[in-house]
Design a protein around this ligand. Structure first.
Ligand code: CMP
Length: 159
């Protein structure tokens, strides 16, 4: 294909590549769940609930990166502890796809405080406390896109 033909290619979007694609959300499996060896079981629950994994990596956040990721909570009393905790060990970051992804994922993981999480939810099963609550889930489509891009470039995700 010559350069001119390349330039004339229509822009490929999520919709042109896969018209059946759902919406996306972002998740982290947090240090408590990773350290306890629960990452595989949590990913299994996520897939069993109908989410498709479209990006995945194991990594570790520095305190500065954790601070940037959770910047929206910078005025909250738990912010410093949260950043220390989120940089205390390895995590898994993932982008997930499903119809109604953000809302359905928040239902699957349960309330932020595991004491209030419904039976059968990921946090009810695996979380240790409100801080070490096993998983993160985006709270809106807009934040899902921002958070996914925080960890993954365009070559690290299924288009
Ligand atoms: P997450 O869904 O990752 O979003 C922000 C995180 O802050 C939350 O999960 C908890 O881990 C943490 N968090 C929220 N509220 C509190 C709180 N009251 N005390 C300590 N940590 C909290």
């Amino acid at each position: 294909m010559n350069q001119k033909a390349l330039i004339l290619q229509p822009k490929q979007t999520n919709e042109t590549l896969n018209p059946m694609a759902g919406t996306r959300t972002f998740t982290m499996i947090k240090p408590d769940a990773f350290e306890a060896g629960n990452a595989g079981a949590i990913l299994k629950m996520i897939e069993a609930a109908g989410f498709k994994i479209v990006a995945l990596k194991a990594t570790r956040l520095s305190p500065a990166l954790a601070g940037k990721f959770y910047e929206v909570h910078s005025e909250r009393p738990f912010y410093k502890d949260l950043c220390n905790y989120m940089s205390s060990g390895a995590i898994i970051a993932a982008i997930l796809e499903k119809e109604n992804a953000v809302e359905d994922f928040r239902t699957l993981i349960g309330a932020t405080n595991p004491a209030n999480a419904a039976e059968g939810t990921i946090r009810k099963i695996f979380a240790k406390s409100i801080e070490a609550n096993a998983v993160h889930g985006s709270d809106s489509d807009e934040n899902a896109a921002i958070e996914g891009s925080f960890f993954f470039n365009q070559y690290e995700r299924v288009l």
